[in-house]
Write a protein that binds this ligand. Sequence first.
Ligand SMILES: NC(=O)c1ccc[n+]([C@@H]2O[C@H](COP(=O)([O-])OP(=O)(O)OC[C@H]3O[C@@H](n4cnc5c(N)ncnc54)[C@H](OP(=O)(O)O)[C@@H]3O)[C@@H](O)[C@H]2O)c1
Length: 243
Amino acid sequence: MSLNQQIERWIIEQRVQCRHKDRPFVTLSYAQSWDGSITLHSGESLALSGDQSLMLTHQLRSIHDGILVGIGTVLSDNPRLNVRQCPGPDPQPIVLDANLRIPPDARLCHLSDKRCWVMTSSGGLSPEHTDLEIIRLPGDAGGRVCLHEAMLELKQRGIHSLMVEGGANVITGFLKQKLVDAMVLTVAPRLVGGYKAVADLEFGSKEELPQISPMFSGMLGDDLIMWGKLQYNITVPATDGNS
Ligand SMILES: NC(=O)c1ccc[n+]([C@@H]2O[C@H](COP(=O)([O-])OP(=O)(O)OC[C@H]3O[C@@H](n4cnc5c(N)ncnc54)[C@H](OP(=O)(O)O)[C@@H]3O)[C@@H](O)[C@H]2O)c1
């Protein structure tokens, strides 16, 4: 069995075991450098994955009902969020965009077979283009889209599995809210010293820090692929302080 098949099979197994009533099963997947950067500067695109890892990303997209990114990623990368590198169905594209900043010429506004869902907490006028479906939701304390409400809405719309691809604000938001079930991380053999994937998770104690267990790894070309299950609130053994 290829590495891609192993990961796919593992995710499908996890999804079956881990059914949430109020949200989809969430896989967080992104590419970072050895130092944890996802790009050089926020707002700039940087291709980190090799061809084989890119193919894995597309395979993973095809086994999820929905794929979600933040508006920051739309503005910098102009992604299509579909499956092009392998056969398989396209997931439903979803963007978190509290202030409806999505530009009318974004590729996601012109998909041939799907209307992108834009989740917003803005009460303002909808963008003029009709190729989007605007979903209005309550905001959180910071004025962003409330992730719990967003997840409930997606579940009610038939999205039972969701792949979250970034960027850093979205990755941090999902981790902070303990909404990630599985992670597939591509680590490219580069040092970037740039914009990091994960910011302050604001957990009050070490015990609260999420752990990945079980965890698996393998190589795809020059990239290290790591995948595993996110565990929250499991007891961490005390260390002797000498290490
Ligand atoms: N290496 C990789 O795998 C990878 C993957 C994706 C992106 N990237 C890179 O990451 C960068 C973009 O990351 P980013 O951190 O600037 O932007 P982002 O995470 O893509 O989007 C963040 C924006 O989404 C909106 N948002 C709405 N509700 C939110 C919520 N509950 N939580 C978080 N965000 C919410 C906010 O803008 P509003 O308040 O205006 O709504 C927020 O500023 C780009 O440079 C891109 O190239 C890399």
